[in-house]
Every structure is written in structure tokens, then in C-alpha cells.
Ligand binder design. Sequence first.
Ligand code: M6R
Length: 365
Amino acid sequence: DKGNHRHFMEKEIFDQPEVISHTLGRYCDFAAERSAVADDGIDFSKISRLTIAACGTAYLSGLIGKYWIERYARLPVEIDVASEFRYRELPISDDTLALFISQSGETADTLASLRYCKEQGAKTGALVNVTGSTIAREADAVFPILAGPEISVASTKAFTCQLALMASLALRAGRERGTLSPADEKELVHALSEVPRLMSQVLHAVQPQIEKLSRELSHFHHVLYLGRGTSFPLAMEGALKLKEITYIHAEGYAAGELKHGPIALIDENMPVIVIAPHDRFFEKTVSNMQEVAARDGKIVFITDESGARASELKTMQTIVLPDMPEFIAPMVFSLPIQLLAYHTAVFMGTDADQPRNLAKAVTVE
Ligand code: M6R
């Protein structure tokens, strides 16, 4: 049931504050201000390497998880798209934990990657939305993302719930490995507790501005998304969402890679969507933005209040989110990115829920 919404995608975007609070409530203990204790048989202090395989949007949530797990749990994370992973013959030791992220739990390549890791003797964990799925059944441990049914082919709430779970797991791993102090854990868990409220606030605040921007964006044939740190996978997610439902060609790049090729494409016909909360990378991303501006690229700047104050560049549009801790930014910054793809599709008249050539679960190779 779409409720008052035109499409499932729109409903699922607006479901996010509620469903993410379920995910966070399951994997964090807000009363104790720490990540939740779990009896899933995994002890991160006994693991020396984490490997992740997934496809599409699930792969991109894993990529953001990698930044968090490496930073807070000091655990090396290796991640690949499942279609490559399954044939790579990755050497696996028995202190490897292999995680598989899949909304449907039925993606053929992800399932084959799981089976490969099991054969090699790794401990396996499944981050799934559909808990009765094949991937959930075959993994040693199951981590439900609790997003509720996701009908739209373009994944939205599953993505942010995957992020919420990865963020909580990173903190738990940090505690178990002794790499995260109780004070830091407390601060980060507190930051997570703010996500649902910030999400509701942002969903309502940015909607009119994004609708207007969508109209402008619909006239272009190519769009580039840029970000650094966790905003880099988010840039790729923005590009994936846009191409999936509007058929506009879009690419997501690490902002620092601009000089290594894509800058050659920049002219007045190239909108560049820059995702830059006011974090450790902000100044560097702004200097990339200057390079775009100097070549007449049309900038859409997605930032927070501090970021908006700190940059004086002329942009096609600046979308300003509230200030928030760096840790939770990927979850909240997902919203303008999803809304932008959605409204552009609505404006262009493409089918947001059922884009051409795509299936919700890719059960064949
Ligand atoms: O069900 P899964 O999470 O395994 O699906 C993986 C991808 O097929 C999926 O995320 C796809 O990229 C989405 N349509 C993106 O919106």
C-alpha cells in the first residue's frame, strides 16, 4: 500500500525515519549508550580480516561500512562486487569473517560468494532484509536490517538501514577489539540516536527545493557526482539511483580523482553534484569544486550549515542540511540524493518504481 504517496519509492523514502529507528534500536542500546551485545557467535577480537561481497546499492553500503570498521575497529576490510568476488579465488583463513549484504537475500552472485567463503572455511554473516531468504538460511549468522518490505526496484530504505546496521557493527567491533574507548562509543551511539529525528527534519525541509532542482537536472544528459571519505560511496549511490530511474547517464567519483580524468568532461553542459558535509575533507572537496566552477560546470552543492557558510562559490543550487556529527552524515545525506533521483524521474515521466530492464531481485548471473 502506497498510502498517500504516488509511488512506492516515495513512500519508502519517507518511511526511513521510522524504519531506521527500528534498526538502530535493535543494534544499539541507547539506554546504556553503547552498541548492543549480541549472541550471534561472532567475536570481533578473534577476527583479523573482514571481507564483504554484495551487488549494486548493497555493495555501496558495504563500502561505507568499510570506512567505519577500519576507523573504529581497526580491522582491515576487503570488499568487492559479488560478481567479481565469486570468481577471484580469494585466499581465506579461518580468522576471516565474510559478510554478505543483500536486501532480497536472493541475489545469485552474492549467494555464490557466500557459498565460496563457506567452502573455504570462513565464518559467514548475512545482512538481509528478507530473513527467510536463501542467503539468510545459508549464513552462520543473520543480521536483519528491519527495513520492512521494499517494493520499489530502486533501493532506498534498505540502503540506509544497511548503513545503520554497519555503523552499529563497527562500534561493536571496536568495543570487542578494544580500539574504541567507552567515551567515544558513547558519543557515537548518541550521534546514531539522532538519525531518525534529523531524517524527518531533512525530508520535509529539502523537498520543495529538490523538486525545483529536478526540473533543471532533467535537461542534462550527463551528471557527475563527487565526494570524499564516506561521501564517495554516497556519490556512487547518487549516480546509480539517478541512472536507474531517469536513464540520465551519471557517474560517481572520488573528488580527488577529478584531476585524473573526469575533469576533461567539465563544461557548461555538465552538472556536478558535490556531496560535502563540513567534515575533515571539506576544504579539499571545495578546492575540487573550484576547479569545476573555473570550467563553467554547473554545481549542485549538498552540504550542511557550516559548509554553506564556509564556501562562497556560486552554485546552480546549494542544498543545506543541519550540522551533524561526521559519523552519521552518510545516512542523512542519502535523503537529498534519493529525492533528487525520484523527483527527476517523476518530472521526466519515467516509471520510478519499475524502471526498464531491471528486476528487484537478480536471481540469475
Ligand atoms: O537484493 P540485493 O540487495 O542483493 O540487490 C542488490 C542490487 O541488485 C540492488 O541493490 C540494485 O542495485 C538496486 N536496484 C539499486 O537501487
